[in-house]
Design a protein around this ligand. Structure first.
Ligand code: SAM
Length: 194
């Protein structure tokens, strides 16, 4: 099976889990996280993105950690919980990965491994996304990738603001430390070069 076929198959499974990301984004996450290294996601909710990541991680037996305090999300009909998240994954034949049921800032203080793929989809306020970048980007290894959901989503300005500010602060054409890896729908990814 080619990686594209694998990604398509994984997205079909992931889309059976309730969630907010699209099938195209599940395929993108699958391709980016299919690697020999630690994978972390911030904000797992019902587990759709988790489902894409754990399937990719299986290929090289990579370690996946999900971070979410499982706050009640205003306006969301169906709230989640660690139990619900686990059940949703088991319902599609997947084993839930490690869980840090806490805010990402607290998780960053206890997560000590080097990261190969990081998916940020937690609190979308500018201050929180900025803090996520400050806390987590230094943990990403060279050649590792950091991706954000809800970039340029019209009613969510915090992600675009914090990511653009970070990109402008590190961009140096003479000394490329991060490279834009690509964007699929509302998911944008950057690869660490140094
Ligand atoms: C948009 S949802 C994630 C959607 C999920 N990735 C999917 O595939 O459907 C955002 C999640 O971030 C969590 N969250 C909110 N504040 C957080 C924080 N400070 N740290 C980590 N997660 C947070 C919420 O509990 C919620 O489950």
């Amino acid at each position: 099976m080619t990686v594209s076929e694998e990604a398509r198959k994984a997205a079909v499974v992931a889309m059976k889990v309730p969630g907010q990301i699209r099938a195209s984004e599940c395929r993108f996450l699958y391709r980016l996280s299919r690697r020999i290294s630690n994978v972390v996601e911030i904000g797992c909710l019902h587990g759709r993105s988790t489902a894409a990541l754990v399937q990719a991680a299986k290929v090289f037996k990579a370690d996946v950690t999900s971070v979410d305090p499982f706050y009640v999300t205003p306006g969301l009909k169906q709230q989640s919980s660690p139990e619900q998240w686990r059940k949703n994954l088991e319902a599609v034949g997947l084993k839930a990965p490690n869980l840090l049921a806490m805010e990402s800032h607290a998780a960053a203080q206890v997560y000590e491994k080097e990261i190969g793929f990081l998916f940020i989809d937690g609190n979308h306020d500018y201050e929180h996304v900025r803090e996520d970048i400050l806390d987590w980007a230094p943990k990403i290894k060279v050649e590792g990738v950091m991706a954000f959901h809800d970039m340029f989503m019209p009613h969510i300005s915090g992600v675009a603001q914090a990511v653009t500010e970070w990109w402008l602060s590190i961009f140096d054409i003479q000394n490329v430390t991060w490279k834009l890896e690509g964007m699929t729908d509302f998911t944008i990814a950057f690869r660490r070069m140094k």
